[in-house]
Design a protein around this ligand. Structure first.
Ligand SMILES: NC(=O)C1=CN([C@@H]2O[C@H](COP(=O)(O)OP(=O)(O)OC[C@H]3O[C@@H](n4cnc5c(N)ncnc54)[C@H](O)[C@@H]3O)[C@@H](O)[C@H]2O)C=CC1
Ligand SMILES: CC(=O)C(=O)O
Ligand SMILES: [Mg+2]
Length: 371
């Protein structure tokens, strides 16, 4: 199969869809790979590394989209990229469609076969192609919060860990999945006071066995969230209903009741965000202030640590890339229900139920399109 890797064009996005090592695995399996010039240069993955791995180098994105039967990316395609997609071309990347009607429409119009990393499931449960980025974003969320609590960044001037004789900052984590657990690890490591809120009692039980009295767990109800958020210095939004728009757990009214200079980090912003006051921001301008509360809502947080993120992402995406290239999309999805769950848009139809429901579009079962 002919595989194409364009350079990412989202704001401050330095990750790249394939590492030179992944290119080597694909070329060893008999596939041809074309990489856009400088696609990985910002993170030390140079054109000559890709050439050594067996790739050819294209001067621009147009050449890559024209050449490839499968496009492998990191972030959801931006509008100019959607316009270059062709009917029958495979797009394998993050999509986050539930909160993005414009992109969904553009992908439907393209006639391409669009697989979303974030809805592919794993034999052991979970979302193994989302997990590595969630680990990174979860860990980064506490770094971002700690930095923005500083006065010069608009925060209230609180050190998360406190010092002897002065109380630690209070971190509230909404959602105890991969993002939440990684945020918890970092917050506990900094000696913050941490409250973790989830609807999944099994998950809270598990974290309790690991962290005991170094944190508090709460079952997710509106009053529990209201109370916790009121006394929080930091709230991390880390909930997910797979493929669907995030529930707005923190209302504008709750934000009004927070202390000035508190910090909200809405990691779930890629699914629309779980604070009513959230809107997506970029690494260039990561925060804004509403009612004196700092909002950090960067939708591609792992892009800031792009080298670590690219390596971690490829560990998870390469096996399915090989399956799609070796077998073709229909056969690969016929024999793998987990990969099949990644199909979000196919030849003009929405094939992921939660996306169709979130956007009020008709749903077509993926199975019916696999021949
Ligand atoms: N902004 C960024 O750069 C990045 C964003 N993300 C996003 O972070 C979000 C979380 O991802 P993961 O941790 O991997 O998901 P996950 O599925 O591992 O965890 C989500 C958790 O939310 C909980 N939850 C669902 N409804 C809830 C409710 N009403 N109250 C409390 N908890 C609730 C679930 O029980 C689950 O434990 C996703 O939207 C993901 O796309 C992930 C990586 C990077
Ligand atoms: C998951 C995601 O949105 C990201 O890594 O940018
Ligand atoms: Mg206020």
């Amino acid at each position: 199969m002919r595989i194409g890797v364009p350079k990412e064009i989202k704001n401050h996005e330095y990750r790249v869809g394939l590492t030179p090592a992944s290119v080597r695995e694909l070329t060893l399996a008999g596939h041809e790979v074309m990489v856009q010039a400088d696609a990985g240069a910002a993170i030390g993955m140079l054109d000559h590394d890709y050439v050594s791995a067996g790739a050819s180098i294209a001067p621009d994105a147009e050449a890559v989209f024209e050449y490839a039967q499968m496009i492998i990316k990191v972030k959801e395609p931006q509008l100019p990229e959607c316009e270059m997609l062709k009917p029958g071309q495979i797009l394998y990347t993050y999509l986050h469609l539930a909160a993005d009607a414009a992109q969904t429409k553009a992908l439907m119009q393209s006639g391409a076969i669009c697989l979303a990393y974030e809805t592919i499931t794993g034999p052991g449960g979970g979302l193994p192609l989302l997990a590595p980025m969630s680990e990174i974003a979860g860990r980064m969320s506490i770094q971002a919060a700690a930095t923005h609590l500083e006065k010069v960044r608009g925060g209230k001037g609180v050190l998360l860990g406190g010092v002897p004789g002065v109380p630690a900052g209070h971190v509230v984590i909404l959602g105890a999945g991969v993002v939440g657990t990684n945020a918890l690890q970092m917050a506990v490591g900094l000696q913050a006071r941490v409250t973790v809120i989830d609807k999944n009692l099994e998950r809270l039980r598990y974290l309790d066995t690991l962290y005991g009295n170094r944190m508090t767990t709460l079952y997710s109800t509106t009053p529990a969230i209201e109370d916790a958020v009121k006394s929080a210095d930091v709230v991390i939004g880390a909930v997910l209903l797979p493929g669907a728009a995030a529930p707005k757990l923190v209302t504008h009214d709750m934000v009004r009741q927070m202390q000035p200079g508190s910090v909200l980090v809405d990691v779930a912003i890629d699914q629309g965000g779980c604070f009513e006051t959230s809107h997506p921001t970029t690494h260039a301008e990561p925060t804004y202030v509403i009612d004196e509360v700092v909002h950090y809502c960067v939708a591609n947080m792992p892009g800031a640590v792009a080298r670590t993120s690219t390596l971690a992402l490829n560990n998870a995406t390469l096996p399915h890339a090989l399956a799609l290239a070796n077998k073709g999309w229909q056969a690969a999805m016929q024999c793998d229900e987990h990969l099949r769950r990644g199909l979000n848009v196919c030849q003009g139809k929405v094939t992921y139920r939660a996306v169709a429901e979130s956007l009020g579009l008709p749903y077509t079962a993926a199975e019916s399109l696999l021949g």
